[in-house]
Write a protein that binds this ligand. Structure first.
Ligand code: AKG
Ligand code: FE2
Length: 269
Protein backbone atom coordinates (compact mmCIF):
# COMPACT_ATOMS: atom_id res chain seq x y z
CA UNK A 1 0.00 0.00 0.00
CA UNK A 2 1.44 3.35 -1.08
CA UNK A 3 0.39 6.62 0.67
CA UNK A 4 1.23 9.86 -1.16
CA UNK A 5 0.21 13.32 0.11
CA UNK A 6 -1.03 15.44 -2.80
CA UNK A 7 -0.58 19.00 -1.64
CA UNK A 8 1.00 20.86 1.28
CA UNK A 9 -2.29 21.10 3.20
CA UNK A 10 -4.95 18.86 1.61
CA UNK A 11 -5.35 15.61 -0.30
CA UNK A 12 -3.73 12.17 -0.04
CA UNK A 13 -3.59 9.34 -2.55
CA UNK A 14 -3.50 5.62 -1.73
CA UNK A 15 -2.52 3.10 -4.38
CA UNK A 16 -1.51 -0.54 -4.61
CA UNK A 17 -4.33 -1.72 -2.40
CA UNK A 18 -7.71 -3.44 -2.77
CA UNK A 19 -10.35 -1.88 -0.51
CA UNK A 20 -12.28 -5.17 -0.57
CA UNK A 21 -9.47 -6.91 1.30
CA UNK A 22 -8.15 -4.44 3.87
CA UNK A 23 -6.88 -5.63 7.24
CA UNK A 24 -7.89 -3.55 10.28
CA UNK A 25 -4.32 -2.31 10.45
CA UNK A 26 -4.36 -1.16 6.81
CA UNK A 27 -7.72 0.50 7.28
CA UNK A 28 -6.47 2.32 10.40
CA UNK A 29 -3.65 3.79 8.26
CA UNK A 30 -6.12 4.85 5.58
CA UNK A 31 -8.48 6.40 8.14
CA UNK A 32 -5.58 8.28 9.79
CA UNK A 33 -4.40 9.57 6.40
CA UNK A 34 -7.95 10.76 5.68
CA UNK A 35 -8.16 12.65 9.01
CA UNK A 36 -4.75 14.21 8.38
CA UNK A 37 -5.44 15.29 4.78
CA UNK A 38 -9.26 15.91 4.67
CA UNK A 39 -9.66 14.23 1.26
CA UNK A 40 -8.54 10.69 0.46
CA UNK A 41 -8.27 9.12 -2.97
CA UNK A 42 -7.89 5.38 -3.49
CA UNK A 43 -7.06 4.58 -7.09
CA UNK A 44 -7.63 1.52 -9.23
CA UNK A 45 -10.64 -0.14 -7.55
CA UNK A 46 -13.12 -2.58 -9.10
CA UNK A 47 -16.24 -2.70 -6.93
CA UNK A 48 -19.84 -3.89 -6.90
CA UNK A 49 -22.42 -1.83 -5.00
CA UNK A 50 -22.31 -4.15 -1.94
CA UNK A 51 -18.49 -3.94 -1.93
CA UNK A 52 -18.56 -0.14 -2.18
CA UNK A 53 -21.15 0.02 0.63
CA UNK A 54 -19.12 -2.33 2.83
CA UNK A 55 -15.93 -0.28 2.44
CA UNK A 56 -17.86 2.97 3.02
CA UNK A 57 -19.38 1.60 6.24
CA UNK A 58 -15.90 1.38 7.74
CA UNK A 59 -16.02 5.21 7.88
CA UNK A 60 -19.45 5.49 9.55
CA UNK A 61 -23.15 4.96 9.02
CA UNK A 62 -24.52 5.36 5.50
CA UNK A 63 -27.75 7.36 5.27
CA UNK A 64 -29.90 7.79 2.14
CA UNK A 65 -29.59 11.25 0.59
CA UNK A 66 -32.75 13.43 0.83
CA UNK A 67 -32.84 13.75 -2.97
CA UNK A 68 -35.10 10.76 -3.67
CA UNK A 69 -35.17 11.21 -7.45
CA UNK A 70 -31.42 10.53 -7.76
CA UNK A 71 -31.32 7.43 -5.54
CA UNK A 72 -30.38 4.12 -7.15
CA UNK A 73 -33.70 2.33 -7.79
CA UNK A 74 -32.61 -0.88 -6.01
CA UNK A 75 -30.14 0.59 -3.50
CA UNK A 76 -31.61 3.74 -1.89
CA UNK A 77 -28.39 4.31 0.08
CA UNK A 78 -26.60 4.92 -3.24
CA UNK A 79 -27.03 8.27 -4.99
CA UNK A 80 -26.36 8.23 -8.72
CA UNK A 81 -24.41 11.19 -10.11
CA UNK A 82 -24.65 11.96 -13.81
CA UNK A 83 -27.47 9.49 -14.53
CA UNK A 84 -30.61 10.66 -16.41
CA UNK A 85 -29.05 14.02 -17.21
CA UNK A 86 -31.05 14.29 -20.45
CA UNK A 87 -34.82 14.76 -20.19
CA UNK A 88 -37.15 12.74 -22.44
CA UNK A 89 -37.32 15.79 -24.78
CA UNK A 90 -33.52 15.69 -25.16
CA UNK A 91 -32.76 18.84 -23.14
CA UNK A 92 -29.96 18.83 -20.55
CA UNK A 93 -31.17 18.76 -16.93
CA UNK A 94 -28.75 21.24 -15.32
CA UNK A 95 -29.72 20.11 -11.80
CA UNK A 96 -28.14 16.74 -12.63
CA UNK A 97 -25.38 17.82 -15.03
CA UNK A 98 -24.32 20.72 -12.77
CA UNK A 99 -24.86 19.02 -9.42
CA UNK A 100 -22.22 20.22 -6.97
CA UNK A 101 -20.91 22.79 -9.47
CA UNK A 102 -22.99 25.73 -8.19
CA UNK A 103 -20.08 26.78 -5.97
CA UNK A 104 -17.95 25.82 -2.99
CA UNK A 105 -19.97 23.95 -0.37
CA UNK A 106 -20.04 21.34 2.35
CA UNK A 107 -22.59 18.52 2.07
CA UNK A 108 -25.61 18.36 4.37
CA UNK A 109 -25.28 21.67 6.25
CA UNK A 110 -29.11 21.87 6.04
CA UNK A 111 -29.33 18.84 8.31
CA UNK A 112 -29.34 18.96 12.13
CA UNK A 113 -26.55 16.35 11.98
CA UNK A 114 -24.59 17.14 8.79
CA UNK A 115 -22.87 14.37 6.87
CA UNK A 116 -19.51 13.49 8.33
CA UNK A 117 -18.25 12.36 4.96
CA UNK A 118 -19.22 11.86 1.34
CA UNK A 119 -17.66 9.13 -0.77
CA UNK A 120 -17.75 8.71 -4.56
CA UNK A 121 -16.77 5.80 -6.78
CA UNK A 122 -16.08 6.63 -10.43
CA UNK A 123 -17.78 4.38 -13.00
CA UNK A 124 -17.37 6.52 -16.11
CA UNK A 125 -15.19 9.59 -16.66
CA UNK A 126 -15.24 11.98 -19.64
CA UNK A 127 -12.05 12.43 -21.65
CA UNK A 128 -11.92 16.12 -20.69
CA UNK A 129 -13.15 18.24 -17.78
CA UNK A 130 -15.23 16.98 -14.87
CA UNK A 131 -12.63 17.49 -12.12
CA UNK A 132 -13.57 18.06 -8.47
CA UNK A 133 -11.98 20.85 -6.42
CA UNK A 134 -11.34 20.65 -2.67
CA UNK A 135 -10.26 23.22 -0.08
CA UNK A 136 -9.18 22.92 3.54
CA UNK A 137 -11.45 24.27 6.30
CA UNK A 138 -8.66 24.35 8.91
CA UNK A 139 -6.69 26.68 6.62
CA UNK A 140 -9.81 28.84 6.30
CA UNK A 141 -10.02 29.14 10.09
CA UNK A 142 -6.29 29.92 10.32
CA UNK A 143 -6.77 32.70 7.76
CA UNK A 144 -9.52 34.46 9.73
CA UNK A 145 -8.40 37.74 11.30
CA UNK A 146 -8.10 37.49 15.11
CA UNK A 147 -11.07 39.87 15.55
CA UNK A 148 -13.28 37.65 13.39
CA UNK A 149 -12.15 34.48 15.20
CA UNK A 150 -13.13 36.10 18.50
CA UNK A 151 -16.46 37.36 17.16
CA UNK A 152 -17.41 33.91 15.83
CA UNK A 153 -16.23 31.82 18.81
CA UNK A 154 -19.25 30.00 20.26
CA UNK A 155 -21.58 31.57 17.65
CA UNK A 156 -23.96 29.57 15.47
CA UNK A 157 -24.94 30.04 11.86
CA UNK A 158 -28.41 29.11 10.58
CA UNK A 159 -28.27 26.89 7.47
CA UNK A 160 -30.99 25.87 5.04
CA UNK A 161 -31.28 23.64 1.99
CA UNK A 162 -31.10 24.09 -1.75
CA UNK A 163 -34.26 22.35 -2.95
CA UNK A 164 -33.46 21.81 -6.68
CA UNK A 165 -33.32 18.00 -6.52
CA UNK A 166 -35.84 17.49 -3.71
CA UNK A 167 -39.37 16.19 -4.10
CA UNK A 168 -42.02 18.86 -3.32
CA UNK A 169 -42.99 17.12 -0.04
CA UNK A 170 -39.37 17.33 1.18
CA UNK A 171 -38.98 21.10 0.65
CA UNK A 172 -39.46 24.00 3.04
CA UNK A 173 -37.65 22.58 6.08
CA UNK A 174 -36.73 25.25 8.68
CA UNK A 175 -33.04 26.24 8.97
CA UNK A 176 -30.80 24.41 11.46
CA UNK A 177 -27.96 25.83 13.55
CA UNK A 178 -24.29 24.84 13.56
CA UNK A 179 -21.24 26.41 15.21
CA UNK A 180 -19.26 28.48 12.70
CA UNK A 181 -16.00 27.67 14.46
CA UNK A 182 -16.07 23.94 14.61
CA UNK A 183 -13.73 21.81 16.67
CA UNK A 184 -13.29 18.56 14.79
CA UNK A 185 -14.37 15.70 17.09
CA UNK A 186 -11.51 13.45 15.97
CA UNK A 187 -8.56 15.75 15.28
CA UNK A 188 -9.37 18.44 17.88
CA UNK A 189 -8.47 21.10 15.29
CA UNK A 190 -10.62 24.18 14.65
CA UNK A 191 -12.09 24.77 11.22
CA UNK A 192 -14.42 27.30 9.62
CA UNK A 193 -17.78 25.60 9.07
CA UNK A 194 -19.37 27.57 6.29
CA UNK A 195 -21.38 27.26 3.09
CA UNK A 196 -22.19 30.48 1.24
CA UNK A 197 -25.31 29.11 -0.48
CA UNK A 198 -26.77 27.39 2.57
CA UNK A 199 -26.06 29.94 5.29
CA UNK A 200 -29.11 32.08 6.05
CA UNK A 201 -27.91 34.27 8.94
CA UNK A 202 -25.56 34.49 11.90
CA UNK A 203 -27.54 33.71 15.05
CA UNK A 204 -27.74 36.65 17.44
CA UNK A 205 -26.40 39.26 14.98
CA UNK A 206 -28.43 42.20 13.64
CA UNK A 207 -29.31 41.73 9.93
CA UNK A 208 -26.63 44.15 8.67
CA UNK A 209 -23.88 42.69 10.84
CA UNK A 210 -24.99 39.18 9.89
CA UNK A 211 -24.69 40.02 6.17
CA UNK A 212 -21.28 41.65 6.73
CA UNK A 213 -20.00 38.66 8.72
CA UNK A 214 -21.21 36.21 6.07
CA UNK A 215 -19.45 38.23 3.34
CA UNK A 216 -16.22 38.36 5.36
CA UNK A 217 -16.33 34.64 6.21
CA UNK A 218 -16.70 33.84 2.53
CA UNK A 219 -13.44 35.68 1.79
CA UNK A 220 -11.62 33.41 4.28
CA UNK A 221 -13.05 30.16 2.97
CA UNK A 222 -10.76 29.27 0.08
CA UNK A 223 -7.01 29.52 0.62
CA UNK A 224 -4.94 29.15 -2.55
CA UNK A 225 -2.20 27.19 -0.75
CA UNK A 226 -4.68 24.69 0.72
CA UNK A 227 -6.50 23.27 -2.29
CA UNK A 228 -6.52 20.00 -4.17
CA UNK A 229 -7.91 19.40 -7.65
CA UNK A 230 -8.91 15.83 -8.38
CA UNK A 231 -8.65 14.62 -11.94
CA UNK A 232 -10.76 11.47 -12.04
CA UNK A 233 -9.94 8.05 -13.40
CA UNK A 234 -12.43 5.23 -13.61
CA UNK A 235 -12.07 3.11 -10.46
CA UNK A 236 -11.13 6.03 -8.17
CA UNK A 237 -12.77 6.07 -4.75
CA UNK A 238 -12.67 9.52 -3.14
CA UNK A 239 -13.89 10.41 0.35
CA UNK A 240 -13.98 13.91 1.83
CA UNK A 241 -14.52 15.12 5.37
CA UNK A 242 -17.45 17.58 5.40
CA UNK A 243 -16.46 18.74 8.90
CA UNK A 244 -13.22 20.36 7.72
CA UNK A 245 -13.30 20.80 3.94
CA UNK A 246 -15.23 22.37 1.07
CA UNK A 247 -15.61 21.10 -2.46
CA UNK A 248 -17.20 21.84 -5.81
CA UNK A 249 -17.51 20.06 -9.12
CA UNK A 250 -15.98 21.78 -12.14
CA UNK A 251 -19.12 20.92 -14.13
CA UNK A 252 -17.38 21.63 -17.42
CA UNK A 253 -17.29 18.31 -19.28
CA UNK A 254 -18.88 17.61 -22.67
CA UNK A 255 -22.52 16.80 -21.76
CA UNK A 256 -22.77 14.08 -24.41
CA UNK A 257 -20.07 12.11 -22.56
CA UNK A 258 -20.75 10.00 -19.47
CA UNK A 259 -19.55 11.09 -16.04
CA UNK A 260 -21.09 8.65 -13.60
CA UNK A 261 -20.42 8.02 -9.91
CA UNK A 262 -21.96 6.05 -7.10
CA UNK A 263 -22.16 8.27 -4.05
CA UNK A 264 -22.81 7.62 -0.39
CA UNK A 265 -23.51 10.03 2.48
CA UNK A 266 -21.92 9.00 5.78
CA UNK A 267 -22.85 10.09 9.29
CA UNK A 268 -21.64 9.48 12.86
CA UNK A 269 -19.78 6.30 13.59
O1 AKG B 1 -19.48 15.43 -8.83
C1 AKG B 1 -18.63 15.98 -8.13
O2 AKG B 1 -17.48 16.21 -8.51
C2 AKG B 1 -18.98 16.40 -6.72
C3 AKG B 1 -20.45 16.59 -6.56
C4 AKG B 1 -20.82 16.99 -5.15
O3 AKG B 1 -20.73 18.11 -4.77
C5 AKG B 1 -21.26 15.94 -4.22
O4 AKG B 1 -21.38 14.77 -4.63
O5 AKG B 1 -21.51 16.26 -3.06
FE1 FE2 C 1 -21.25 18.25 -2.64
Amino acid sequence: MKIQPQGPRIGVKISDVDVKALTDEQFAKIYRAWLDHNVLVVTGQDLTIPEFVKYSERFGTIVPHPSKSTRHPNHPEITLLGVNKFRPDGSLNMDIYGRGAEGWHTDGAYDAVPFKATQLYALAIPDQGGDTFFANGYAAYDAMPQRLKQRMEGVNGAFGGNPALLNPEDRGKPPVEHPIVRTHPETGRKSLYFDPRKIRFIVGAEPQESADLIAELETCMIQPDAQYRHKWNKGDVVIWDNRCSYHKAAGDYPPEQDRIHWRVSIKGG
